[in-house]
Design a protein around this ligand. Structure first.
Ligand code: ATP
Ligand code: MG
Length: 340
């Protein structure tokens, strides 16, 4: 508990996670908005996602972020304002400090947009601080990022996978690639369409993916999907072989592995010892994806560590920046800008 209210925000393309230091909680909701007749706010977060892929033409459901950067600042401000209002509805709210995690491998203009977002969202921001997402990830993994010399973190989310090498509190190398859960779902959809002339929705593909990623899944049972047959146009039910899903996922997993190898090749040799000793840390919501860790291990010969709650590690890291004085210094302000 603290007297200065502060929020730590991991603004993901698929999910927004907000650490609230007033009660120590981490909220997680879909980063989505539903708007009716162009300008009436209908729903936000998980409620908006419920309408996704099901809504009539006069309702627009959209993700305000795209590939890790802000695509629609007005929509994003609305969503942020709604969540902050919800989180502060029971207290007398006079403003808070905001700590936002941002990817490293984006332009300065894109980075400033995160600052402007909070500063213009009408959320009574007192201080707005930026934390590099990979540094927050490292802290959320309980790694002492300030003293470690060589930590390889792979954060695989919804639209992106960020591969970073951390050392002594900073980021030595980083690459943001446009592969994540959304691409995995699309690959499953495409394979089912190609092999069975069956069209399934994105949510169905995601459910199959998550079902098969459970380490306790019984692989003798093929998952069942519902969709529309292209030839007859009728709704049908079908079992999809586990092998088909596995091979559909492989291409994207292999691209990620190729990118990890490129980063490893560019890593200064002095950091290699720590990286070898620690192995790779796999975080983000897509970390548990079927065969993901196993194939990374095979492709790089490095051990792969999967935390218990990989979707939350960045937000947990932000909570440590807010709570522990020792880690305050990893947060920075954007020069020349101050909150309105
Ligand atoms: N058990 C699971 N196995 C595989 N994928 C999963 C699992 N649980 C969640 N996911 C996927 O994780 C993704 C969301 O992860 P996360 O919240 O880390 O992304 P994000 O932070 O919103 O996106 P980004 O970091 O790319 O901007 C979704 O695509 C979801 O399908
Ligand atoms: Mg993310």
């Amino acid at each position: 508990m603290s007297n200065v209210p502060a929020f730590g925000i991991d603004l993901g393309t698929g999910n927004i996670k907000i650490y609230n230091n007033m009660d120590g909680s981490i909220m997680r909701e879909k980063n989505m908005i539903a708007v009716k007749n162009k300008n009436t706010l209908l729903a936000y977060g998980d409620d908006a996602f419920d309408m996704y892929e099901k809504s009539p033409a006069n309702i627009r459901t959209s993700f305000p972020l795209n590939n890790g950067v802000i695509a629609d600042i007005k929509d994003m401000q609305t969503v942020l304002k709604c969540f902050v209002t919800d989180l502060t509805s029971r207290i007398k709210y006079n403003g808070a400090d905001f700590y936002i995690s941002v990817p490293k491998d984006i332009t300065e203009v894109e980075k400033r947009a995160f600052f402007d977002l909070v500063s213009d969202a009408n959320v009574k921001s007192k201080r707005i601080m930026i934390v590099d997402k990979a540094v927050a990830d490292g802290l959320g993994l309980n790694i002492d990022v300030k003293t470690s010399q060589g930590v390889l973190v792979v954060n695989s989310g919804f639209d992106t996978t960020e591969i970073s090498i951390l050392s002594l509190g900073g980021i030595v190398l980083s690459k943001l690639i446009k592969i994540g859960g959304r691409k995995f779902d699309e690959a499953i959809k495409n394979a089912v369409r190609r092999e069975y002339s069956l069209i399934i929705g994105g949510k169905t593909a995601e459910n199959v993916k998550i079902e098969l990623s459970d380490p306790n899944h019984d692989d003798t049972v093929d998952p069942v999907v519902y969709g529309r047959d292209i030839v007859t146009g009728l709704p049908v039910e079908r079992q999809i072989p586990v092998d088909l899903i596995e091979s559909a996922l492989n291409e994207n997993i292999n691209s990620i592995i190729d990118n990890i190898k490129v980063i490893l090749e560019r890593t200064p040799p002095e950091l290699a010892a720590d990286i070898y000793r620690h192995g790779i840390y796999l975080t983000g919501g897509s970390a548990p994806l079927r065969n993901f860790g196993k194939l990374i291990n095979k492709g790089t010969d490095l051990k792969v560590n999967l935390p218990d709650d990989p979707i939350s590690t960045v937000a947990i890291g932000l909570s440590r920046v807010i709570k522990e004085d020792n880690f305050r210094s990893v947060a920075y302000a954007i020069d020349g800008m101050s909150p309105k």
